[in-house]
Design a protein around this ligand. Structure first.
Ligand code: SF4
Length: 167
């Protein structure tokens, strides 16, 4: 059964920079939880960042990450990405469902580095590193897509086993 790396804040853990969660009651999520598929991870907490913490945004060069007071926290967020990758690999996750918009977990949108609440296309450090290592990253609003893909792939895997046994 495929395991899914999932952002801890989506599961109700109050680990976001402002001490909140982003609990997301989705039928697929509840089912995956009941099936024991979810590998819950907050990359930033895994790297030792505190709650609450200052908001951080990726800068225009795409490589540096600053907190709202100008402190360069690039190394901490790189470590966060490494920790998430280690967790994903340890659980053999080929899929991840992550909170969009985050400088770590964002997979489609991130904030533009100006701290003016402007979102642009882009990926957070964790989403990028997971993808570079072959993990399929989905944003939370793509759960339906992920559910369909899992269904198709698991059916194909079952079919392949069935064919082998019947030969
Ligand atoms: Fe949620 Fe990811 Fe941010 Fe942790 S790093 S609070 S899991 S979006």
């Amino acid at each position: 059964m495929e395991q899914i790396l999932i952002s801890a804040c989506l599961c109700g853990f109050a680990v976001r920079y402002d001490g909140s969660a982003k609990y997301w009651k989705n039928t697929h999520l509840l089912r995956w939880h009941a099936e024991g598929r979810l590998v819950i991870c907050c990359p930033e907490i895994a790297a030792g960042l505190p709650v609450p913490r200052l908001p951080a945004e990726i800068q225009a060069d795409g490589a540096h990450l600053l907190e709202s007071d100008g402190n360069d926290v690039t190394a901490m967020y790189q470590l966060a990405a490494q920790r998430a990758l280690q967790t994903a690999l340890a659980h053999r996750c080929r899929f991840a469902l992550l909170t969009d918009g985050s400088p770590s977990c964002g997979s489609q949108k991130v904030y533009d580095g100006s701290f003016q609440q402007r979102r642009i296309n882009g990926s957070g450090f964790t989403a990028r590193l997971l993808r570079e290592n072959g993990i399929n990253v989905y944003a939370e609003h793509e759960a339906e897509l992920l559910a369909t893909r899992l269904k198709v792939e698991e059916h194909q895997a079952w079919q392949a086993i069935h064919n082998k046994v019947s030969q």
